[in-house]
Design a binder for this molecule. Sequence first.
Ligand SMILES: [Cu+2]
Length: 227
Amino acid sequence: MSAVLGVAMVGCGGDAVSEPVDLGPKPPAGWDETVRGPAALDRNPDPNVVEVDLEARTVMVEYKPGVPVETWTYGGGSPGPLIRVPQGARLIVHFTNNLPEETTVHWHGVRLPAAMDGVPDHSQPAVPPGGHFDYDFIVPDAGLFWYHPHVRSVVQVADGLYGPLLVESRTGFDRSKAGNAPELGPELVLVLSDVALTTDGHRVTRTRACEPPACRTTLVSASCTMR
Ligand SMILES: [Cu+2]
């Protein structure tokens, strides 16, 4: 989606890690405390199953201090929580829609059965307000992906609905093949979002057009440590 300029890499201190992987140098304690983003909690003890809850709901966010803006979120934050899964594991996401309109969750770039792809009227009925849907699939490929709605995507993503999905390689990252790898520092997941706000701090929406210079853009980012 155009609202997300980039989703860049790797890892977070969430509880979804099931198998140890050598990730190289560890960051010093506390180094990321001011930038760490949320991570989904894995509530399944099986190391080959990651099972999380995901709720879509609106919250008020002050991009500009003192000016609350209605933001559509996964789990109360934008971006939504990092979901971290070992490659080849089964991911179960218990999704609840507490938005004022229907939605779905699409797992961007992930190879999965069509029924889990979150495309309304093709793979599943849209999830109505107050409704639930259980996504349940194997993640076959390592990499950094993201999730977002597939209902009025341009609007719902722009309103704040997106989050990172990290599928962690079973074999880890071979730093000996990465040039100056020993110089690499701690790895991060970064989610960069282009959020258009009016000069008084309100979100530019389909009903509030952005007409420069009456608007400005704010960059929102989140990151978290690899452990
Ligand atoms: Cu997508």
